[in-house]
Design a protein around this ligand. Structure first.
Ligand code: AMP
Length: 394
């Protein structure tokens, strides 16, 4: 078991707290459009402040590619945080530079300093040793509560943890507990709904779930490789590693989980076409059409499984949901996952966004804050950001 902040004495100590403050922002106004990630971090921030720590928060925001870029500044996040906590919040205009050091030097117990975007320094994503050392020199203790980046081996999520006494925060702890319950001790039947386009990302998840889940419902672009491997006609739909899918379909004959593929699809001649989409059965998509959403028969079929589930895990959209012509499958699945009596777990990223957009975020039992990280746990792998955290001594 990993150490949590409750295992540490933080009184009067400088705590470097890695959070996921990678919040969505309006492109033009730079205003935060969704504060969920900040809200999810409050439990850990407040706990550390109440225990008398000096809390030095670090995070990335967007992809500034190692260069200072004002539009990715964490200043608006620091401002928002100062409205949400009762403690003093100060913003440092750099990360390991003069301003950060100065502001940290002036901290009192319970104060918070938010450092500027870690990714303004290219050494962050390189897990550069010198950057790890500079980060470590700012604090006495390191706490990771950035579940959304726990699958990354960066300086602030990995390297620095090796240099300081460390622990995880409440958010990571909660995410781990939920996923481990889902995988180890789920209320059955365990139904996994997998979608999205990149089959390579989801293959290890399917592999891990074959003996754990009872049913794996496959939708989205990734379904067409399976449909083709199963002998279906998929036209111009995206197709990846057919042989791998053949292997899984073969394996699923003897595994606990049965793989269920779409039976009908909403198709068009291209993603850009303005023509009215047409519905085709999965083995009858004409050569000049591509599948862009699951069809009504598939929605009904998937609903039947979701309704009867004891636990539902959902990761990945059922179609090109960004386009209103192809969002119905994803929207309906969001509704069924939210309304099921089963324990519902929604991986971060697109599926979580779909749940929020459809207004069901309160109905889901667990809406993960990390798409990549939850996917990695569903694959049965360890998160690098967690590997480096000390275990509790027996
Ligand atoms: P992923 O990152 O693998 O989870 O894929 C997410 C992306 O898959 C979204 O941007 C969707 O637009 C895309 N997607 C879902 N279904 C399809 C499809 N049938 N054809 C092409 N792209 C798709």
């Amino acid at each position: 078991m990993k150490k949590t902040i409750k295992d540490l004495d933080v009184e009067n100590k400088k705590v470097l707290l890695r959070l996921d403050f990678n919040v969505p922002m309006d492109k033009d106004t730079h205003k935060i459009t969704d504060v969920t990630r900040i809200m999810e971090s409050l439990a850990t921030i407040n706990y550390l402040c109440e225990k008398g720590a000096k809390v030095i928060i670090c995070s990335h925001l967007g992809r500034p590619d190692g260069k200072v870029d004002e539009k990715y500044s964490l200043k608006p996040v620091a401002d928002k945080l100062s409205q949400l906590v009762k403690n003093k919040v100060t913003f440092a205009t750099d990360t390991v530079g003069k301003d950060a050091k100065e502001k940290i030097k002036n901290m009192e117990k319970g104060d918070i300093v938010v450092l500027e975007n870690l990714r303004f320094d290219k050494r962050e994503e390189e897990n550069d040793e010198s950057f790890c050392k500079e980060l470590a020199s700012l604090a006495d203790i390191y706490v990771n509560d950035a579940f959304g980046t726990a699958h990354r081996k960066h300086a602030s999520t990995y390297g620095v943890a090796k240099l300081l006494p460390n622990a995880i925060g409440f958010l990571i702890n909660k995410e781990l507990k939920v996923i481990s319950n889902v995988l180890v001790n789920p209320t059955r039947p365990l139904v996994a709904v997998l979608g999205g386009a990149k089959i390579k990302d989801k293959i290890p998840v399917i592999e891990n779930l074959l003996d754990k889940a009872d049913t794996i419902l496959v939708g989205g672009g990734m379904a067409y490789t399976f449909v083709k491997a199963n002998g279906g006609r998929v036209g111009k739909s995206i197709v990846d590693d057919e042989n791998l899918c053949k292997k899984f379909l073969e394996m699923s004959k003897n595994s606990r989980a049965k793989i269920i593929l779409p039976i009908d699809n909403i198709c068009n001649t291209s993603l850009e076409s303005k023509d009215k989409p047409k519905r085709f059965l999965s083995d009858e998509i004409p050569d000049d059409y591509m599948g862009l959403d699951i069809g009504p028969k598939t929605i009904k079929l998937f609903k039947k499984y979701i309704k009867k589930a004891g636990t539902v895990v959902w990761n990945g959209p059922m179609g090109v949901f960004e386009n209103p012509m192809y969002e119905k499958g994803t929207r309906k699945i969001a509704k069924y996952v939210a309304r099921t009596h089963a324990f519902s777990f929604v991986g971060g990223g697109d599926s979580a966004a779909a749940v929020v957009k459809a207004g069901y975020s309160k109905c889901v039992n667990h809406l993960s804050t990390g798409g990549g990280a939850s996917l990695m746990l569903l694959e049965g792998k360890d998160l690098p950001g967690l590997e480096v955290i000390d275990d509790v001594k027996e």
